[in-house]
Design a protein around this ligand. Structure first.
Ligand SMILES: [Zn+2]
Length: 173
């Protein structure tokens, strides 16, 4: 089954009143900031949005976004696959007053003059937040640990005095 494409934006109030659910994919080529922050994005992004009205009559939505990306391991400089899994809950607001009155569990997000929130931007922001500050392989998968141990062995061999060197020098005298 072909998944629907995630709409760029939705009317958040109407979506909440309709308890709209969206299961959609977002074309990876549209996420320029995520492209810049990674070596590559492995697939289009799986997204899910559920709009709702809460007990206080606030229009809210929950969402998820997931995709695997390729990052550079900061320990060995080799590429590594990182699975981004974002989960979020927002409450669209119109002004600062509404924002200040929000319960702490909700992230405020401003909707535009048409009442719309930009879903593409939310997905990209949330995926960027899941990226590690310092990307690193698990230690057992990291090239650096091999490099470090073999490098250590070579160094040790070189430093160990060779008893035959001493003999050779004696013979020369
Ligand atoms: Zn590594």
């Amino acid at each position: 089954m072909q998944k629907v494409k995630l709409p760029i934006s939705v009317d958040s109030v109407r979506a909440a009143n309709n308890r709209l659910e969206i299961l959609a994919s977002l074309d990876k080529s549209l996420l320029s900031r995520l492209i810049e922050s990674t070596i590559s994005i492995q697939s289009d992004i799986d997204t899910y949005f559920a709009f709702d009205v809460d007990q206080q009559k606030l229009k809210i939505f929950n969402g998820k976004a997931s995709v695997a990306v390729e990052l550079t391991c900061q320990r060995c400089n080799e590429p590594m696959i990182y699975q981004c899994e974002a989960e979020f809950t927002y409450c669209p607001v119109l002004n600062k007053e509404q924002e200040n009155n929000l319960p702490d569990v909700y992230e405020p997000i401003y909707y535009d003059e048409n009442g719309e929130v930009n879903l593409h931007q939310i997905v990209e922001d949330e995926l960027l937040l899941t990226l590690p500050q310092i990307a690193m392989h698990a230690i057992e998968d990291c090239k650096y640990s091999d490099y470090e141990s073999s490098f250590g062995e070579i160094e040790e061999e070189q430093e160990r005095p060779n008893p035959f060197d001493a003999l050779a020098q004696l013979k020369l005298k």
